[in-house]
Ligand binder design. Structure first.
Ligand SMILES: [Ca+2]
Ligand SMILES: [Ca+2]
Ligand SMILES: [Ca+2]
Ligand SMILES: [Ca+2]
Length: 334
């Protein structure tokens, strides 16, 4: 090899090296993970519930969990929905993690891999529900229409008929509130209703998608109460409760009977006219705790001792006309 050939070889080597570095840099910036899945709304590996609000045309998420709005990229602003839509949250895609969406007149618009995707499921006037009906870890959609439920059991966001998906009957009176919870703790979401006119709950307690003698119908709270669902004691089963003018009653032991404050829980928290109840596992210890959304301020019982004290933070996230949403990973079987 002559000196000239050596020099050319060296230069070619340098050029090749530089090209490799450039390719690596370009790959790093535009790697499939970054380009394909979009931004995760909820930090990976977390268990704590975080704040979010629906505002006409957008959902804002406190993605970094600081309890205040810092704007993108620390937090997330997702343009989706219109005034009057019903906001939803769920883990539509396991790799993406907890996400959001809206329902309007039989159309679900869900944010999947960072993009809005529309699914026709149900009709105008239906009430949307979200749950992990088959226990695979992913949230699925469904609707309740005057006591008739259509649940997307196989999770393809389409109604495939009641042999592949699930149709069931529970409730039927006007004004009933659909409820979703894992009443029997098997990792699959079950349904129920609250009838505000008479303060009656009815739940598919054995979670078999059929109303049968093992299910439960029982009085709880007072007419006009707002029904709530959570795992108050962290045993893996969802329980019910009721909120009314700042007073909360929780069926802590999950037997569908009020056993007094020794075994169940009574909480006084909130009570101003426009207070909205918010529920979440604020500290990630496996128990659902209560909180109040008041005109954009979140007063949350962070440590779950049933009272607001100095260990409980106050979050400023949202404005007076926003609808609060709590975002967290789906519960899994214990
Ligand atoms: Ca389906
Ligand atoms: Ca269940
Ligand atoms: Ca049943
Ligand atoms: Ca009880």
């Amino acid at each position: 090899m002559t000196q000239e050939q050596k020099t050319i070889a060296q230069r070619l080597g340098i050029v090749a090296g530089v090209l490799l570095v450039l390719i690596a840099v370009v790959y790093f910036i535009y790697s499939p993970k970054e380009a394909g899945t979009g931004k995760q709304l909820y930090p990976t590996g977390q268990k704590k519930a975080i704040a979010s609000v629906f505002r006409a045309g957008a959902i804002l998420v406190d993605s970094n969990g600081t309890g205040r709005w810092e704007g993108p990229p620390a937090d997330s602003l997702i343009p989706v929905g219109n005034p009057g839509d019903i906001p939803l949250t769920g883990t539509w895609d396991l790799a993406e993690g907890p996400s959001v969406g809206v329902f309007h007149d039989g159309v679900f618009t869900l944010i999947i891999n960072g993009r809005p995707q529309k699914f026709n499921f149900g009709l105008p006037g239906d009430l949307p529900v979200v749950g992990d009906w088959n226990g695979d870890g992913r949230s699925k959609i469904g609707i309740m229409r005057k006591g008739v439920w259509l649940l997307d059991l196989n999770g393809n966001f389409k109604w495939d008929g009641n042999t592949i998906d699930r149709q069931m009957s529970l409730g039927g009176e006007l004004g009933e509130v659909p409820l979703v919870g894992d009443w029997n703790g098997d990792g699959k979401a079950d349904v129920g209703i609250f009838r505000p006119s008479t303060a009656i709950f009815a739940i598919d307690a054995n979670g078999n998608g059929v109303w049968d003698p093992q299910d439960k119908i029982f009085p709880w709270g007072m007419p006009g109460d707002i029904p709530i669902v959570g795992d108050w004691n962290g045993d893996g089963r969802s329980k019910i409760g009721a909120f009314h003018n700042g007073f909360w009653s929780l069926d802590l032991n999950g037997n569908q009977v009020w056993d007094g404050v020794e075994k169940d829980q009574f909480i006084a928290l909130g009570g101003q006219p426009n207070d909205l109840p918010v529920l979440g596992d604020w500290n990630g210890n496996g128990r659902t705790k209560v909180g109040i959304y008041r005109q954009g301020v979140w007063y949350i019982d962070f440590d779950g001792n049933g009272t607001l004290d100095k260990g409980d933070p106050t979050w400023s996230f949202g404005n007076p006309t926003d609808i609060p949403m709590v975002i967290a990973p789906p519960r899994t079987k214990k």
